[in-house]
Design a protein around this ligand. Structure first.
Ligand SMILES: [Zn+2]
Length: 221
């Protein structure tokens, strides 16, 4: 882990916010334990393996002309879980996804269109149960949000304490629902992109894992 919290980041507030949200989500989506989570991880990996032959985005960025236009087409490519989360704005249970605890270097691409979205270099341990990044792949010092992801106001849980109006994050290219971004992330951006594992796929073979460019990603570029 290359990242560490700065002393002046008020960690109690930071972690309290994350823990409150995680606890509420756990209550909402039914709680599980780590044994079940590990089993789910294996199940999802099995799903990915079974799905890989049908979904061209699993192996790389697909051409614009091959991006489906209808949910009927999306259903043919995605697993049921991927479809519900990426195309229907669902949320996987905390600590249940494939990548919440993954430290493998690589690039995380959109499960729907294959667009590179996040890098392991910006991934950090948030403790919230979903893969978390402090910046998308194309973030710059003067534009920490970049262009590969888009943001939308989400009032679906606005009435629940600890949530309020959230900011949904989608793949700008194909509209896939990825997760949400919060303002309780670590420096240098202070952002926490809380992403569903089902909406992304790790490409561990990618050359650019963020380890070298991280120094520049939000500081000098
Ligand atoms: Zn996409």
């Amino acid at each position: 882990m290359r990242f560490s919290y700065a002393i002046d980041q008020e960690p109690p507030r930071l972690f309290t916010g994350i823990l409150v949200r995680s606890a509420v989500v756990l209550l909402l989506l039914s709680s599980g334990n780590l044994a079940i989570a590990e089993q789910n991880n294996q199940n999802q990996e099995d799903h990915m393996t079974q799905n890989s032959k049908k979904n061209p985005a699993v192996t790389g960025r697909i051409p614009d002309s091959e991006i489906p236009k209808t949910n009927v087409e999306w259903r043919k490519r995605l697993t049921p879980e991927q479809f519900e989360i990426a195309r229907k704005k669902g949320t996987e249970r905390a600590f249940s996804g494939t990548y919440w605890n993954t430290k493998t270097p690589g690039t995380y691409r959109c499960i729907c269109c294959g667009e590179p979205l996040f890098r392991s270099g910006e991934k950090f341990e948030s403790g919230c149960g979903w893969p978390s990044f402090y910046a998308p792949i194309d973030a710059k010092k003067e534009d920490t949000k970049g262009n590969v992801v888009a943001e939308h106001e989400d009032r679906s849980l606005a009435g629940i304490p600890g949530f309020g109006v959230r900011t949904e994050v989608t793949c700008r290219r194909c509209g896939a629902h990825l997760g949400h971004v919060f303002n309780d992330g670590p420096p240098p951006t202070g952002l926490r992109y809380c992403i569903n594992s089902a909406s992304i796929i790790l490409d561990p073979k990618a050359q650019n894992d963020g380890s070298k460019e991280k120094e520049d990603s939000t500081k000098s570029r």
